[in-house]
Each structure stands twice: as structure tokens, then as C-alpha cells.
Ligand binder design. Structure first.
Ligand code: ADP
Ligand code: MG
Length: 622
């Protein structure tokens, strides 16, 4: 009577499993392609409609299934790939858990057509939400075709969670790349809405990489080869000069399975030490072959993490192998001198280490003590809240400037309506407007900081961060404005930026709102053609596109991708550290900075202004 435990119906447990195995159309594409690979196919054709929402169809020329197997393959834990737990230690197939088809069938309309070499005709089976709706013979060549329609039709929560077609399609392409790179001996085709995206004939591994990423990649590859009793490493790494600030071209495979492995990634990065600036990532497509008995295969089906027995010995093989490879090809180091390390400091100081100014300041002094945002917000916190100032922060600024301006006002002719300086942002802006920076003493320190004195104190402004803040607020304003406020610098000759297909899709998907930032572009072969740039700054089209690509992540708590991209663009466009500024330029930065809603921090939460107040200065002279 108090008994409450029941066995879940199979359909329910399948749907639960589906939640883990099939997160988005790309997961179904991956599982179906892998099944085709496991079936020994030599040609695999993938057709996707509406990024997989409407249809995912995978056709292979593999072994096919006899009728009895076809009827079983949608059962939970139905697999032909292992029989006993011991088999786990020798598994070489992609799948072995028998969960993919049962999961997919429980949340979609599925049609299977298959023909085993021994069968006279094909067999067709239709299912809806896990229920068989038709079984009939059909005409078919040897092999298997699985069509998945209306994925998540009975799981609205999942369906609503899906992103735009461009984003979902990028995931599909990513999965397709991973399998295609690992199986160069198989002919792969990918169609989206009947357009052929890839037609990769069976080739050598190098040619496959070129097929996936584009002809330009051929000259970028350095072959790597190394082997011991335990492991064989082979594949390619990219020449350092083609490294990028964005990830996405790093592929590591173990026994032809794509994996992510932080330790090995770091080992690879270590091999490039001294050849690359810190924030750049080289391309690599590396294949490790290891006896399956040495792998912990008992991993989650969708997980790309993997454990080795031999982490260390692989590392100690990988590092010198890559170094040797890079060395053999006499790859000259090419450091990026555009980096923000201030290498174009005035000639006199070239041989000297320029120390940061060593003015002793009270670090704990904080003009925004009352601010709810805090004075040193972490990146995360700032991105969440700090990009938009809190009320308290604005008030804190008002107070800070009130005192400067009132003191100034006593002697100068600036007409600040000091009586009107009450509460709120409006007043702050009026107050600041009344004391334009052009009337203040201004000079530049180490081509890095703008120093300005107010009657009562001293402000040290970080030029790069200040300009970032200004540009960021301007870009966000352009983004949000219903009217067209953007000024674009039309390019006489469009600048072509080469992109792999995933990046290209990603950029094109953002095209309309990038235009609001002044970045105007069109699709072209192997990339995009930039026809207009933001009017301010002289950042190259390439660097701006790379900046956009840095914010690929969908969700970052509370901050939209548009805003994050705005921050990245501002960072790229801003006056660099090390740039000498004319008086008018400094005045412009200072004026516009004080017109911002959150002048104290750059969009990433770093301090823009140091303020030395009168008492502070007095103290120092004691
Ligand atoms: P797993 O791949 O883990 O075994 P799946 O649910 O993906 O589980 O597939 C179940 C079984 O269906 C496979 O073990 C295989 O025997 C059969 N199967 C699936 N897809 C194909 C295919 N394209 N060709 C031949 N057999 C297939
Ligand atoms: Mg499978």
C-alpha cells in the first residue's frame, strides 16, 4: 500500500536518455554518421534541411541490416558492437552503447531503409515518437538510409532551446568536420537545403584537411610523425604565422575519435613557446593511435573527454615531435609586433625597460565606496552588471566631479550650474560638459596615460582603456538605436577575409547587427568581403572579424553576444598603448570619457582612471 516505486515505461526512459545523447540536431547528425562509419561505409551522404530541424538524412553504402536487426536497432541498449563487458577493452567502433537510435526514435519521426548484402530487397520501417507506424519492403541498394524528421517534436522545451539556423548549422558542420577529418578514406557529402556544402572524396589525410578548410591551408601545414610501442602520433600542425586569436582549428583524435584533452592541448601549445604570442592558437590536426586496452572507454557517449593510462609518455613524445616538425620546416618565428606591449615606444627608450609609473598611491582609496558595483569588479561580474552602470556608481561619479568642478568653478569662467547639481546622471553630464578637457592641463605619460589635473587633484587616465570604454558605449548605443546612427567608412577596395566555412556561417549570421557597428560585409568564396569599416580607429578588417569570432559562445550570464562583440570591437579599435597623442586627441578622449555612463572601467572591468585626491596628495608630502 505504501509501495511507490514503478518501472518507467521504455519510451520515457528513452526520452530521458535522449536528453543526454541528443542535445541538438548536430548530435543526431554525429550519431548517424558514426553509425555509417561503423557499418563500414565508403560513401556517406548527409542531407540537412533547416539546420536539421526539418530533416536530417544520412545515407551510407555500409553493410546494412537484415530485417530482424532493423526491427531491433531502435531498442534501448541494442547494439551489435559489444557483447560482454570485456569487449569494452577492445572496442574500436564509434558507438557501443546502443543508445543513439533508441534516443532519436523517441523524440522524432524516423524512417529507416536498409538492405543487407544477403537480402533480396530492402526493408523499410517508420516510427513516430518511439512507436512503429509502418513496416514494409522497399527497393534499395546495399546500405542504410535513416531520415529523421521533426526532431524534438514532442519535447517543446528542447525545441525552444535551439538557436538560429546559422548557429545550429555551424554545430552540424563542426561535427561533420570532426568525423570527416578522422576518416579521410571515406567519401563524405554534406548538403544544406539542397546546397552542396562539402563533397570530400576519399583522399590522403593532408588533402582531407585542405578539403575541409580550403586550398590556402595546404601551405600552412607541417607534418608530424612519431611512434613508440605505446602510441603512434601523426598528423599536421600549423605554421605559427597562421595562428589565430580564436580557437576552432584544434583537432585531436584518439583512435579516430575526436577528443578534447586539456593536458595534451597545453603540451601542444608548449611546443610553440616563443613562436607565438600568448593569445594565439595554432592549427593542429593530430591523430594518436593507442591500443584500446590502454584507454578508459567507459565514457559518456557524447563526452569528448577521455582518459589515458599513458598521459605522461604521450606528452613526452608529443612535445619534441612537434618541435622537431616545426624546426625541420625552418619555420621562422613571427611575433606579432602589433601586440599591445608597447614596442613602438619613443626611440629613446627603446633599449630601456620602461617601468610603470611608481607614484605611491593609496590603493585602497576608492571614490566609489558606496557603489554597489565595487571598484574592482571581476571580468564576470562586470560583464554581468558592470557594463551597465548601477545607479550608485553614477552618483559616486557625480560626487567626485562635483567637488572638482565646484572648486574649479570658483576661479574659472565655466558656467556650471552648481546649484542644479542634484541627483542623477543628467546633472553629472551637465557638470562635466561645463568643464571641457580642452581647458584643462593635459599631458601624456609614457605614451600610455593621460594625466590631467583638476583644481583639487590629479587624474591618471589609461588611454587604451578609456578609448575602449568610449567606443564600447558608442557601439552599444548604435546597436540599440532604432534609427541609423552608424557612420561607416566605405572601402574603395573591399577587404577579403578568408574564413573556414564554420566561421563564415557564424559571421554571416551576425551580418545585420554587425552593420549597426559599421562593419559591412558580404559573403564571398572562402570567406567574407568587408566593404565598410567603423569610422573611428584604423583597425583592419581582418582584426575586426577576428574580434567578432572571439565571442562565439552563445550564452554568457546576462550579457548578450552583441554586447560582448561590441566590447571586443572596442578593444580592437581603441587607441593602443604606446601611441603618442596630440593635445586635441587627449582632450577628445577625456571629454568623451566623462560623457560615458561608466567612465571608471573598461568594458572588461579594468580600471580606467586613477584619482589622487587632495588629502591623498597632502599625505604624500608629509
Ligand atoms: P551503437 O552504435 O552504440 O551500437 P546505435 O543506437 O547507434 O547504437 O545503433 C544500434 C545498432 O544499429 C548498431 O549497433 C548497428 O548494429 C545498427 N546500425 C545502426 N546504424 C546502422 C547503419 N547505418 N548501418 C548498419 N547498421 C546500423
Ligand atoms: Mg551508434
Amino acid at each position: 500500500m505504501h509501495e511507490v516505486i514503478q518501472q518507467l515505461p521504455e519510451i520515457v526512459s528513452n526520452q530521458i536518455a535522449a536528453g543526454e545523447v541528443i542535445q541538438r540536431p548536430a548530435s543526431a547528425v554525429k550519431e548517424l554518421i558514426e553509425n555509417a562509419v561503423d557499418a563500414g561505409a565508403t560513401r556517406i551522404e548527409v542531407r540537412v534541411v533547416d539546420a536539421g530541424r526539418t530533416l536530417i538524412q544520412v545515407t551510407d553504402d555500409g553493410v546494412g541490416m537484415v530485417e530482424a536487426d532493423a526491427k531491433k536497432c531502435f531498442d534501448r541498449h541494442a547494439t551489435s558492437k559489444i557483447r560482454t563487458a570485456d569487449d569494452l577493452y577492445s572496442v574500436v567502433s564509434k558507438g557501443f552503447r546502443g543508445e543513439a537510435l533508441s534516443s532519436i526514435a523517441s523524440i522524432a519521426h524516423v524512417e529507416l531503409k536498409t538492405r543487407h548484402a544477403s537480402a533480396k530487397e530492402g526493408f523499410q520501417l517508420k516510427m513516430e515518437g518511439g512507436e512503429v507506424t509502418a513496416e514494409l519492403p522497399c527497393a534499395l541498394e546495399n546500405g542504410t538510409q535513416i531520415s529523421v524528421r521533426h526532431l524534438f517534436f514532442n519535447v517543446p522545451a528542447r525545441r525552444n532551446f535551439l538557436k538560429s539556423d546559422a548557429v545550429e548549422m555551424r554545430h552540424v558542420v563542426d561535427e561533420f568536420h570532426r568525423v570527416a577529418l578522422a576518416h579521410e578514406g571515406i567519401h563524405f557529402l554534406l548538403f544544406h537545403n539542397n546546397n552542396e556544402l562539402f563533397n570530400l572524396k576519399a583522399v590522403s589525410s593532408r588533402k582531407r584537411i585542405v578539403g575541409v578548410f580550403g586550398a590556402k591551408y595546404d601551405e600552412r601545414l607541417v607534418p608530424i610523425e612519431e611512434s613508440t610501442d605505446v602510441v603512434t602520433i601523426q598528423g599536421f600542425v600549423g605554421k605559427p604565422e597562421f595562428a589565430r586569436r580564436t580557437r576552432g582549428e584544434q583537432f585531436l583524435f584518439v583512435n579516430q575519435r575526436f577528443i578534447k584533452h586539456h593536458v595534451l592541448h597545453r603540451t601542444i601549445m608548449e611546443a610553440y613557446e616563443g613562436l607565438l604570442p600568448r593569445d594565439q592558437f595554432p592549427l593542429y590536426v593530430l591523430f594518436l593511435s593507442i591500443d584500446p586496452a590502454r584507454l578508459d572507454v567507459n565514457i559518456h557517449p557524447t563526452k569528448t573527454e577521455i582518459k589515458f593510462d599513458e598521459d605522461r609518455s604521450i606528452q613526452s613524445l608529443l612535445l619534441p615531435a612537434i618541435r622537431r616538425g616545426l624546426g625541420k620546416y625552418a619555420v621562422a618565428p613571427s611575433l606579432d609586433f602589433e601586440q599591445e606591449t608597447g614596442l613602438n615606444i619613443a626611440p629613446l627608450s627603446r633599449d630601456r625597460v620602461v617601468a610603470e609609473p611608481t607614484v605611491q598611491i593609496n590603493e585602497s582609496y576608492n571614490p566609489f565606496d558606496e557603489s554597489p558595483v565595487g571598484n574592482h569588479p571581476s571580468l564576470g561580474a562586470t560583464r554581468g552588471g558592470g557594463l551597465r552602470p548601477g545607479r550608485g556608481q553614477i552618483d559616486a561619479w557625480k560626487t567626485l566631479y562635483d567637488s572638482h568642478i565646484m572648486a574649479e568653478d570658483a576661479e574659472s569662467t565655466h558656467s556650471v550650474r552648481s546649484s542644479a547639481v542634484g541627483n542623477g546622471q543628467q546633472d553629472l553630464h551637465e557638470a562635466i560638459d561645463g568643464s571641457s578637457a580642452i581647458h584643462r592641463p593635459l599631458f601624456q605619460l609614457n605614451n600610455r596615460y593621460i594625466v590631467t589635473a583638476t583644481k583639487s587633484g590629479l587624474l591618471l587616465i589609461h588611454q587604451h582603456r578609456a578609448h575602449q570604454r568610449i567606443l564600447y558605449e558608442q557601439l552599444v548605443q548604435q546597436l540599440e538605436s532604432p534609427e541609423k546612427t552608424t557612420v561607416t567608412q566605405q572601402l574603395l577596395f573591399p577587404a577579403k577575409v578568408d574564413l573556414n566555412s564554420a566561421d563564415q556561417l557564424f559571421i554571416l549570421e551576425s551580418k545585420s547587427w554587425l552593420e549597426k557597428f559599421g562593419l559591412v560585409l558580404e559573403q564571398c568564396d572562402d570567406g567574407v568581403e568587408v566593404t565598410g569599416l567603423p569610422a573611428e580607429g584604423d583597425a583592419s578588417a581582418e582584426s575586426l572579424i577576428q574580434a567578432v569570432l572571439e565571442e562565439r559562445q552563445e550564452e554568457v550570464a546576462g550579457v548578450s553576444r552583441e554586447e560582448r562583440v561590441a566590447a571586443r570591437l572596442a578593444q580592437t579599435m581603441a587607441i593602443s598603448v604606446g601611441k603618442a597623442l596630440k593635445a586635441e586627441e587627449m582632450a577628445d578622449v577625456v571629454d568623451r570619457l566623462f560623457g560615458c555612463t561608466t567612465p571608471a572601467f573598461d568594458p572588461f572591468g579594468k580600471t580606467v582612471i586613477l584619482n589622487f585626491d587632495p588629502q591623498e596628495l597632502e599625505q604624500r608630502f608629509r
